[in-house]
Ligand binder design. Structure first.
Ligand SMILES: Nc1ncnc2c1ncn2[C@@H]1O[C@H](COP(=O)(O)OP(=O)(O)OP(=O)(O)O)[C@@H](O)[C@H]1O
Ligand SMILES: [Mg+2]
Length: 344
């Protein structure tokens, strides 16, 4: 069985970095591991062994058992169309300007396409662990609701009303034009546009069965995944992290990233050498109070939820190579066992 580890959380908190670090630890524990990464910095991509940024798994030249691939969401809507509609319908869909309009205005579509890609790798049987970095466009928790949203879109009330509960035939499609609301739209917008809209909705409706089946499979993957929520001690990311609990998703672990050393909160002998000393004392005081604020934020979070909280220190050099990424998890207690991964 392939185990999915989903690394989510607010923007810029360290998801991509921590997903890479977890992937390295999993590979080093003897598991065939794939890291599905989103938009990694150049040096991080190199450390993961991604010479080219593509969505095909590339083995890491320096670490056996580790592979990485990009979770590509650029061509995503086209991929959805080709996966779930007959080729000639998909051809028509992707060239329909309305399709582009929907694709650009419906962000869950990108998250959904990424989730479909995740499912492909989880179902390939090639991996023991797939670590998934979540796409930023979906802002953490939206990744989880994307399958339901996508289904709503293609099977939604508007569409059902227009195209009928079952797929209408071509004749049914032309009957649509007889409906009062559409006749009004026709008068306002002109015939060709209406025809285009009707054809688009009809074509989009053909994807419904495929998307419904796939969405159910994706939701099963989500339910079986180990969820790692990453946050910093700042209020915005903490609010984002709490949304998971509010939505009934109980993550296995919560990681507070970029924590300052707790020793900085301990009192130090004030320096006594004039103005420079006074400024340093002032700085040390401020850092000490920031450390206490971070400690309070973690304690407060821990008090509100039952999830184990791990702390990853703020490193002076951002971790962008294998050694740096290994060091990131050291001392955090974020072991394979803590993640709930049984012995390989
Ligand atoms: N513990 C740490 N110490 C120091 N720097 C860190 C640490 N964790 C992450 N960083 C740095 O913080 C920046 C943001 O990290 P990262 O890209 O992993 O976040 P992200 O959550 O994936 O962001 P996005 O939401 O934009 O995808 C990067 O420059 C990374 O190197
Ligand atoms: Mg990222």
């Amino acid at each position: 069985m392939t185990q999915a580890v989903l690394v989510t959380g607010g923007g810029g908190v360290g998801k991509t970095t921590i997903a890479a670090a977890i992937g390295i630890a999993a590979a080093e524990s003897g598991r065939r591991t794939l890291v599905l990464t989103v938009d990694p910095a150049k040096r991080l991509a190199t450390a993961l062994g991604l010479a080219e940024l593509g969505n095909h798994p590339e083995p890491n030249p320096d670490l056996e058992l580790l592979s990485a691939a990009m979770l590509d969401s650029a061509a995503s809507w086209d991929a959805i169309a080709y996966r779930h509609a007959p080729p000639e319908v998909a051809d028509r869909l992707v060239t329909n300007p309305l399709f582009e309009a929907v694709a650009s205005r419906f962000p869950s579509g990108q998250a959904y396409a990424a989730a479909e890609e995740m499912a492909v790798h989880l179902e390939s049987g090639e991996w023991d662990v797939v670590v998934v970095d979540t796409p930023p466009a979906s802002g953490g928790i939206e990744f989880f609701s994307a399958p339901a949203r996508m289904q709503e879109l293609v099977g939604g009330r508007l569409l059902r009303w227009l195209t009928g509960a079952r797929l209408p035939g071509r004749r049914g499609l032309f009957n649509l034009a007889a409906r009062p609301a559409l006749r009004l739209a026709d008068a306002l917008l002109g015939g060709p546009l209406l025809e285009q809209v009707a054809e688009f909705l009809f074509d989009l409706r053909t994807t419904y069965d495929g998307i419904t089946a796939k969405a159910a499979a994706i939701e099963a993957h989500f339910a079986a995944a180990i969820d790692v929520v990453v946050t910093t001690a700042d209020p915005g990311p903490v609010r984002e992290a709490l949304r998971f609990h509010a939505a009934g998703i109980e993550p296995e672990v919560v990681v507070f990233n970029r924590a300052l050393p707790t020793s900085w909160a301990e009192p130090v002998e004030p320096l006594d050498n004039g103005r420079a000393g006074a400024r340093l004392n002032h700085n040390l005081d401020r850092w000490a109070s920031e450390v206490r604020r971070q400690q309070d934020a973690r304690a407060d979070f821990g008090g509100r939820v039952g999830t184990p909280v791990h702390t990853i220190p703020w490193l002076a050099d951002p971790p962008v190579n294998l050694d740096g990424l290994r060091a990131l998890l050291e001392g955090s207690g974020l072991s394979m066992a803590a993640l709930g991964l049984a012995d390989a």
